[in-house]
Design a protein around this ligand. Sequence first.
Ligand code: HEC
Ligand code: HEC
Length: 284
Amino acid sequence: MTQRTITAALAATAFLGFAFAGHAEPANDTLIIDGSEIITRAAPAAHLDGALTELISGWQFRDTETRAIQMDDFDNPGMIFVDRGIDSWNTADGTDGKSCASCHEGPESMKGLRAVTPRVDAKSGKVMNIESYINDCRTTRMGAEAWGDKAEAMTDMLALISLQSRGELVNVAVDGAAAPIYAQGKEIYYTRYGQLELSCANCHEDNNGNYIRSDHLSQGQTNGFPVYRLKDAKLTSAQGRFVGCVRDTRAETFKIGSDEFNALELYVASRGNGLAVEGVSVRN
Ligand code: HEC
Ligand code: HEC
């Protein structure tokens, strides 16, 4: 640890009663769902420049029981939300009387999308995550209202669409139109925020494997999102998770859907290039 990291860690101890104390290696388990292996460890992409020596899914940092729940779709409470997503996919909404199915046929037409998003639309320069695509269709193609970012209808649909790419390797573009967004996201990732002066990297890059309060710190990868959190008994999107993490540093957070969080989501997703999309993962 550098002197500054130690100071920040001490400040954190004073404020929240935690310290980066106690280290445990993550599990080295194999995630198999429905007979297929989901890659949870991979070699880092070149663009990470050695920042991580190995990519490890958050699944490996959870305890045996939590890992087991994700291995069986009948036990995985996130799958209930996928079912609700299917209902909503087939239900007409908005002034045009259309459902998602009217134009996209089945949800399997979304296969592959989760692995390559967020991505930057070359024409508009806008960052498109799955939420932006959904609301774009709702408002411009259905005459329906946009769903709020934390609305259950939105996280249900995220779960349904993500599941279609389960097992596919994350491959978010970092060059071309994405280059400036990637740079912006990377800068945010390494900036210290809040009274605790902690960056995402301080916790998830420098201290993964360490315990913070009773939590085993992971690399903060987003390949598992949306995530069913046992403690909330509901689904959380990647940006919804970022809000909680920034608040833990006692900082004002960026808004979900802001340029800053969109850039951060793209950057964080690209740090997981090579890990597999987990569909709906289970975390504590
Ligand atoms: C009136 C037809 C229509 C309806 C209804 C519609 N969409 Fe779309 N959707 C489109 C078109 C057209 C595109 C753009 C396809 C392209 O550019 O390749 C699109 C793109 C998308 C994309 C991005 C897909 C990709 O591979 O880039 C997603 C995700 C999406 N729609 C989700 C939904 C969801 C969820 C609903 C229901 C809430 C919905 N759409 C309703 C026509 C529609
Ligand atoms: C004070 C330490 C701390 C900071 C700073 C922090 N996080 Fe976290 N984060 C946690 C803890 C604790 C968890 C829950 C355990 C885990 O999965 O690491 C978590 C979980 C996550 C997860 C969920 C991983 C999974 O597989 O479920 C993501 C994604 C994440 N953080 C991203 C970020 C981002 C992006 C930032 C910067 C804006 C950030 N975090 C800053 C402590 C932190």
